[in-house]
Ligand binder design. Structure first.
Ligand code: HEC
Ligand code: HEC
Length: 237
C-alpha cells in the first residue's frame, strides 16, 4: 500500500462552498433578525435603526427576483409561494437561509428532483441569493383552523414530535428558523415524502441532522408526524 487514497470529497467541498455562501447570507439574516422580536419578548417590535437600509440598486435587484419568481417559480410553487400542487412545497414563510442551502444542493445535484434540478442547474450564486432572499420575504400562510384536524392524530403527532425531539430543532410550533426549515403548515404529501426520503437516505441533507433524526422512526410514525406538522397552528415569522 503506497500512500493514502485521495478520494475527492465532493460533498465536503460542496458544503464548504455552501457554508461560505450561507455565511455571507447570514450577515443579511442577522441584520434582519435584529428587527424581529426575540422569542418571548413580544413588546419589542420596534424596528432597529437601519444603518443598512437597502440602496436603490438593492431594491432593483429584489424587484427583479420578485418578478422572476412570479414568472418562473409560481407556476409550481403558487403565487407568493402558496403551493397547491401535489408534491410541491409551500415556500411562503420559509427562511432564506434554509432556501439557499436547498437551492445550492439542487444546483450541485446533491438533492435530486427533475423539476428543481432543471430550474437550478443554471443558477449563478447571485441567483441562489436573489431567489432565497425573495422567499424569505414571503409571508406564511394563515394557520389552518384547528377544528379541521383529527384531534386524536394531532395528539399522537404532538407526542411523537416531543419524543423524537423534532421540536428541539424545528421549534414548538415547527416554524423553524435560519437553516432549519419551517415545517408547520407545509403540505402533508410533501412532508411525508421528505421524511421517507431522509429515512431511506434518498434525500441527502445539507447536514446529517435529519438522517439521524428519522433513521429509527417507523414509517407509520413519520406519517403521523407529517399530518401533525401540516395541521399545526404555526406562528408568523
Ligand atoms: C416544474 C415545477 C417547479 C418549478 C418551476 C420550480 N420548482 Fe421549486 N420545487 C419543485 C418541487 C417538486 C420541489 C420538491 C422537490 C423534492 O421533493 O425534492 C421543489 C423544491 C423547491 C425548494 C426546496 C423547498 C423545501 O422546502 O425544501 C426550493 C427552495 C425551491 N423549490 C425554489 C424554487 C424557485 C426559487 C423556483 C424558481 C426559480 C422554483 N423552485 C421553481 C417544483 C418546481
Ligand atoms: C438536530 C436538529 C433536527 C432535528 C432533531 C430534526 N430536524 Fe428536521 N430538519 C433539520 C434541518 C437542519 C433540516 C434541513 C435539511 C437539510 O439538512 O438539508 C431539516 C429538514 C426537515 C424536513 C424537510 C423540510 C422541507 O421543507 O423539505 C422535515 C419534513 C423535517 N425536518 C421534519 C422533522 C421531524 C418530523 C423531526 C422529528 C422526527 C425532525 N425534523 C427532527 C433539523 C432537525
Amino acid at each position: 500500500m503506497t500512500g493514502r487514497r485521495r478520494v475527492p470529497p465532493p460533498l465536503a467541498l460542496a458544503l464548504a462552498a455552501a457554508l461560505a455562501l450561507a455565511a455571507a447570507l447570514a450577515v443579511a439574516v442577522a441584520a434582519q433578525a435584529q428587527t424581529r422580536p426575540a422569542r418571548g419578548a413580544s413588546g419589542s417590535t420596534a424596528k432597529a435603526a437601519a444603518p443598512t437600509a437597502p440602496t436603490a440598486a438593492a431594491k432593483a435587484v429584489a424587484a427583479d427576483y420578485a418578478q422572476r419568481f412570479a414568472t418562473v417559480c409560481a407556476a409550481c410553487h403558487g403565487a407568493n409561494g402558496r403551493s397547491d400542487l401535489a408534491g410541491t412545497p409551500v415556500l411562503a414563510g420559509q427562511h432564506s437561509y434554509y432556501a439557499i442551502t436547498q437551492l445550492f444542493l439542487f444546483r450541485e445535484g446533491r438533492r435530486s428532483n427533475p423539476a428543481m434540478t432543471a430550474v437550478a442547474k443554471g443558477f449563478t450564486d447571485a441567483d441562489l441569493r436573489g431567489f432565497s432572499d425573495h422567499i424569505g420575504t414571503l409571508p406564511p400562510q394563515p394557520a389552518p383552523s384547528a377544528s379541521a384536524a383529527d384531534a386524536a392524530r394531532m395528539k399522537q403527532g404532538q407526542a411523537l414530535a416531543q419524543q423524537h425531539k423534532c421540536v428541539f430543532c424545528h421549534g414548538a410550533d415547527l416554524a423553524g428558523g435560519q437553516q432549519v426549515p419551517r415545517i408547520g403548515g407545509q403540505r402533508e404529501d410533501y412532508l411525508r415524502e421528505a421524511l421517507q426520503g431522509f429515512r431511506s437516505g434518498q434525500r441527502a441533507g445539507y447536514t446529517q441532522a435529519m438522517g439521524e433524526a428519522v433513521s429509527q422512526i417507523p414509517p407509520a410514525e413519520l406519517d403521523v408526524l407529517a399530518y401533525f406538522a401540516a395541521h399545526v397552528a404555526v406562528a408568523g415569522r
